[in-house]
Structures are given as structure tokens and as C-alpha cells.
Ligand binder design. Structure first.
Ligand code: ADP
Length: 443
């Protein structure tokens, strides 16, 4: 970026310098031309005022010599009679000079009293300026001088131009370096200290910087939650594995009392099941991360799924003397059937798991304001209000031992929330400690 700014600044300077120089040269040359012509007019007027022309006695050698002495450096004087014959020239042999009647300036002078022209000589690369004036006796006095052409003026100025260009370009590089340094400093400071929102940045860049900051915070948060998740997973897996290893060691060392093998085998199986549930839930969560809901949906009946789920969980509820009541009518939603079943299973299982003996779980499917709604309500232990937000976090449990005893992994509500997010469904949790919990999912 710095390099680009420097190059562009130098380029702008170069274009500016060149156009200025060309412009100045053109203006200067026009002034110069006018000055040369004015000088010629003055010289002619001087020659006439001093009675030098018309020459009255051409036979008089001394006076011709005298007029020759009139030569001023670079000033050519020509005197022409009214027919165009050259009578006098201070710079050339008049006998070799052709008739001048057709020279534009002579022509103009005879016609209008005075004439001006500029002729260009390619070989000399010079311009010749002519001024001719009609004298009283009808003859014409012409004065002329040579001067540099426009190109010559530019050409002569090249060394100066080059020096100016070099100096200005060096200035540009220096200023560019200084400016870009100043321009970039806040950005460099910000890059070094992305999290510090007090680092000032340009107002114009604020939306951009805020976006980067929030993305950065998001990345940090994601990294932190991944780290926490890995730590939690390892911890959760460790408990059943340690238990299995311990029971196996008892058998290995023949330390199981007579008839105790069945109990030990049961413990091993229980812990292995636990391990399996955790692993299944983790797999489920990681699959959800890469699940694309817009590609995997079908039109399904939410009420039908609820009935299937309740049917499968009937035994779990009956074991605790819990009644499940299901109310509603067929209600279609667009979603993946397996995921919605998973969601309903998790909610109903929680309703059973965290219920009181002989409690009840009510499940409703209804439509409110055109939104299909799923409600799972229990008469269970409830969730303390300060923990109601946290229960949707991965591995968060209000009562760890109760969750474990009943086969919970701490991932159920995290999975429910993830599935709801996939379908932009809204989850509300109402719970009163000791009275029960109601979870409402609105599609
Ligand atoms: P778990 O597998 O432990 O049930 P969840 O993610 O499903 O994990 O739930 C997280 C925690 O929220 C549970 O451990 C429990 O403490 C609390 N919880 C969930 N549902 C209910 C409910 N219906 N009633 C009371 N507490 C609940």
C-alpha cells in the first residue's frame, strides 16, 4: 500500500510538473514572440525617426557605409522599393537577391502600411521574425531577426526541467513516505492491539474495524469454547473408563466375592453404555455443525413424531410411575425427521428424568400465529432461575449426580438448541423450582 501511494503520488507529481512546464513554455514563448516583434517595430521606428530611411543618396558611398554601420547584432535591415526590388540589405549582396514583392510582410506593408510574419527554417531550427513598414516615398523598410523556435526553447530548458523533476520527485517520495507512515500508523497500532477498542482508528474505517474486531472476538470465543469442550469431553469420558478399568482390575485380581461377578458385569455394562451415550451425543453435535438444513428437509408431521417418541419412551416413564399426556393434531413442518425426533426425545426424556415420582409430562403440538409450536411441560424439580440460561450449554448440569444416575450426558439441551437454530426456531424455558419446567419450541 505504501509503495502504491508513493508511486501514485510521484506519478501525479510528474504529470503535474510536465503539464506545468509545457503550459509555461507555451505562454512564455507567446510573450517572447510578442517581445521580439515589439523590438523589431521599435527598431524600425528608430531607423525612420533618425531619418536613416529612406536613403536619399544611394550613390554616396559613405552614406551607404554609414547605413551599413547601423547593423545591430542579429538585426537584418532590408530596404525595398515599391516594385519589390531590394535597394539595400545590411547582411546580403543585393544583386543576388530576388524580387521581394511577394513576401507576405512586404505585400502587407504596401497594402496596409505595415506587415508582420514569422517564418520557420527547418535546417537552422530557428524562427525568423519580419516586420515591414511602408515609408512616405512608397518604399518599404523591413527589419528581421532570428529567434529560437518553441521546440528549441523546450529543448534548452531540458536540463533545468530534469533537475526540477528529480528534486520534486525526491520531495514526493519523502512526503509520500512521511504521509503513508502517518496514515498507516493507526492501522498498524490496531493490528498489533486488535482487542483494545480504545486504540483510535479513522472514522471512515470504523465499520470495517468493528467488523474485524467482532470477528476476532468470535474467533477467540470459538477457540475458547472448543478448548473447553475438549477438556469437558476428556473429563466426561474419563469417569466411566476409570470405572470400567477399576472393575476389570477387581476381576483380574480375583477380588470379586462369590456371586458378585454379575453385579460387576452390570457395572461395567452400565459404564460402557454411559460411554456410548456420550460418544453418540458428541458425534451428533459434530454432525450438526456441518448439517445444511436447506438441503435436508422434508415435509413432516410434528404431532406424528411426538407420538412415536412418546411410544418409545413409555417404559422409561412407567418405571418411575410418570404419566405422559399428548395433545394436538397433525401439524406439518419443513425439517429433517431424524433431527426433530432427536429434539423431541431429548425434551421428553428430560421431562421424565427430572420429574418427581408419580409426576406427569404433557406434550402439546399446536399452531399459534401461523407458527407450529411444540410444548413439553413437566411437574418436576424445576431449574433455579439463575441457571436457566446455562442449561443449554454443553455439559452444563444443575445436579451432576442426578443427571448421571438417570443416563444424562449434559449434552441433550445443547443438541436441542442446535437443532432449533438450524430451523430458526425459537426456544423459551419457563421453570419454577419444585413445581416444574415448560419448554416451548416455536417453529
Ligand atoms: P442431561 O443429559 O444432563 O439431561 P441436558 O443438556 O438435557 O443434559 O440438560 C442439562 C441440565 O439441565 C440437566 O442436567 C438438568 O440439570 C437440567 N434440566 C434439563 N431439563 C430439565 C427439566 N425438564 N427439569 C429440570 N431440570 C432440567
Amino acid at each position: 500500500m505504501k509503495k502504491k501511494i508513493n508511486t501514485q503520488l510521484s506519478l501525479i507529481a510528474l504529470v503535474a510538473i510536465l503539464t506545468t512546464i509545457i503550459g509555461i513554455t507555451i505562454v512564455y514563448y507567446e510573450l517572447f514572440k510578442k517581445q521580439v516583434m515589439d523590438d523589431l517595430v521599435q527598431n524600425a521606428e528608430l531607423l525612420i525617426a533618425t531619418d536613416a530611411f529612406p536613403i536619399t543618396n544611394m550613390e554616396d558611398e559613405t552614406s551607404a557605409e554609414k547605413y551599413k554601420g547601423l547593423t545591430i547584432e542579429n538585426l537584418r535591415i532590408t530596404w525595398i522599393d515599391k516594385n519589390g526590388n531590394v535597394l539595400f540589405d545590411n547582411d546580403a549582396d543585393i544583386s543576388k537577391m530576388e524580387n521581394h514583392i511577394n513576401r507576405p510582410e512586404v505585400h502587407q506593408a504596401i497594402d496596409r502600411g505595415e506587415g508582420k510574419t514569422t517564418r520557420h527554417s527547418d535546417t537552422m531550427n530557428m524562427d525568423t521574425f519580419y516586420y515591414a513598414v511602408l515609408l512616405e516615398d512608397g518604399s518599404v523598410l523591413r527589419v528581421s531577426t532570428e529567434a529560437s523556435t518553441k521546440l528549441n526553447v523546450i529543448f534548452n530548458a531540458i536540463p533545468v526541467i530534469v533537475i526540477i523533476v528529480i528534486v520534486i520527485l525526491m520531495g514526493c517520495v519523502f512526503i509520500g513516505h512521511f504521509l503513508t507512515g502517518q496514515l498507516m500508523r493507526p492501522l498498524e497500532n490496531m493490528a498489533e492491539n486488535l482487542t483494545d477498542s480504545t486504540t483510535p482508528v479513522y472514522k471512515e474505517l470504523e465499520p470495517f474495524v468493528n467488523k474485524i474486531r467482532s470477528q476476532h472476538e468470535g474467533i477467540l470465543a470459538a477457540a475458547k469454547s472448543r478448548q473447553d469442550f475438549t477438556a469437558n469431553v476428556s473429563h466426561e469420558l474419563k469417569t466411566p473408563i476409570t470405572a470400567i478399568s477399576g472393575y476389570a482390575e477387581l476381576i483380574e485380581n480375583n477380588m470379586v466375592e462369590e456371586g458378585g461377578q454379575v453385579r460387576i458385569a452390570g457395572q461395567i455394562r452400565h459404564n460402557a453404555d454411559r460411554l456410548l451415550s456420550i460418544v453418540n451425543d458428541i458425534i451428533q453435535l459434530s454432525e450438526l455443525d456441518s448439517f445444511e438444513p436447506q438441503r435436508n428437509y422434508e415435509i413432516i408431521d410434528l404431532y406424528g413424531i411426538v407420538k412415536e417418541s412418546i411410544n418409545d419412551l413409555k417404559h422409561m416413564a412407567e418405571n418411575k410411575g410418570i404419566r405422559i399426556i399428548c395433545k394436538g393434531s397433525p401439524t406439518t413442518i419443513k425439517a429433517d425427521k431424524t433431527l426433530i425426533r432427536e429434539m423431541v426425545d431429548n425434551l421428553v426424556q428430560n421431562g421424565i428424568r427430572y420429574n418427581e415420582e408419580l409426576g406427569k409430562v404433557e406434550v402439546y403440538v399446536k399452531v399459534e400465529n401461523n407458527h407450529p409450536i411444540l410444548v413439553v411441560k413437566d411437574t418436576g424439580i424445576g431449574i433455579p432461575s439463575d441457571q436457566q440460561d446455562r442449561v443449554f450449554e454443553r455439559f452444563y448440569r444443575v445436579d451432576k449426580s442426578r443427571s448421571r444416575e438417570t443416563g444424562g450426558t449434559g449434552l441433550g439441551l445443547a443438541i436441542v438448541k442446535h437443532i432449533a437454530e438450524l430451523y430458526s426456531a425459537d426456544i423459551k424455558l419457563n421453570s419454577t423450582l419444585g413445581q416444574g419446567t415448560e419448554i416451548v419450541v416455536s417453529f
